[in-house]
Design a protein. Structure first.
Length: 167
């Protein structure tokens, strides 16, 4: 498994579809792009921006339930892609041992951001689907000019098609 960080959630301007960008923490710094839904993108953005909500969102609720049951989200893994659909799993630690639960990557990342759990991508998946994206700043979320980020991402999107992620 390759440890990754949540690099950004951006919108593919041609399809108006959010894209989750998971970048290798070390090594080649390859990025795994995963197209996700708008509600999932919003849930991740809320967690990253630490937006306070009056009622818990679904991912907040699940994190609370895991904690109240004595568990902990120890890691999230994006495991494979099948017919263009990515699969992930939640790795939970409980007093009875480890539990693995199948989940969507977007939900998994939303939970990982809320809990601080590490995110991993299967080596073979990163080898097959990861792309090297040259980001100017080391951290997009710490003050990079928004227009510059959009232009950089647009250049990246000009070179790919959704079919490129179909495995």
């Amino acid at each position: 498994m390759v440890q990754v960080t949540l690099r950004a959630v951006r919108v593919d301007l041609s399809s108006n579809t959010p894209v989750l960008l998971l970048q290798e923490a070390d090594g080649q710094r390859r990025t795994l792009p995963i197209f996700i839904g708008a509600p999932e993108a919003a849930a991740i953005a809320y967690a990253v921006e630490q937006v306070a909500v009056t009622r818990p969102m679904t991912h907040d609720l699940l994190a609370t339930v895991i904690a109240k049951l004595g568990g902990q989200l120890s890691a999230v893994s994006v495991t494979h892609v099948e017919d263009g659909t990515y699969f992930a799993q939640l790795e939970l630690t409980t007093e009875d041992g480890g539990v693995v639960v199948s989940a969507r990557p977007s939900d998994s990342v939303a939970l990982a951001v809320r809990s601080g759990a590490p995110i991993y991508v299967d080596d073979a998946l990163m080898d097959a689907e990861g792309v090297v994206v040259a980001f100017e700043d080391e951290d997009l979320d710490d003050g990079e000019d928004e227009e510059e980020a959009v232009e950089e991402f647009r250049e990246f999107l000009d070179t790919i098609r959704p079919e490129d992620f179909s495995g």
